[in-house]
Design a protein around this ligand. Sequence first.
Ligand SMILES: C[S@@+](CC[C@H](N)C(=O)[O-])C[C@H]1O[C@@H](n2cnc3c(N)ncnc32)[C@H](O)[C@@H]1O
Length: 198
Amino acid sequence: MNLIFFIKSTTVNIDNYTIKDIPGSSGRLDVISRCVLSAILGRDSFEKNIQIWVFLDRYGTFIFNPEFIDYEIFPKNELLFSDYFVKFLQKHSVNEEHPPNILNSIKVSKMRIIEAIMHFQTLNYKLYVLCEQGKDFFKLLSGIKENENIVFILGSQEDEYIDSKELLALKIPVISIGNQSYLASSVIRLLKLHLLAL
Ligand SMILES: C[S@@+](CC[C@H](N)C(=O)[O-])C[C@H]1O[C@@H](n2cnc3c(N)ncnc32)[C@H](O)[C@@H]1O
């Protein structure tokens, strides 16, 4: 099974970034960092057949695909990862040559989230939106598991994009893992747990 997670943030802004207060100085880049790590990190290696696409309104679209990333040198904790990602974004946003950075293997895409959704629809991926008000994931689990290729779309700090007209117009099935509001990174871990039966 190939799993792709989409997460979009309108708030990430590293203009006043300081490692001393990542959440407060980066527009909650920490939420994105936790999602990337929970998506691609397995027990002692990267997950197989899992990618996460990060859509940052201010900086663009970044693809974390373990096929192209060196596990040995990859920053595996939130603080280190966030700091490297910020340095990557700082260079990327001024179009400067990227000095050696562990994250240079991040793929950059010109696709906005709506184009990426349509791209994977044409590739016959099954897409689901994650939202508390959706249909019960656990009741649909056996059917979901029949899909070979799946894209899960999550909100980051707020549900802003999840509730957007643009996304609702696509009538993508909406699924819920319960009435409680979970961190996006916890939702990713729970989906992996149930779909990959790790
Ligand atoms: C921290 S939540 C967003 C804010 C949260 N909905 C709130 O109202 O405080 C981050 C994302 O995780 C996903 N999520 C959180 N709880 C969920 C649940 N119970 N079922 C499905 N998705 C959930 C949604 O995609 C949501 O946009």
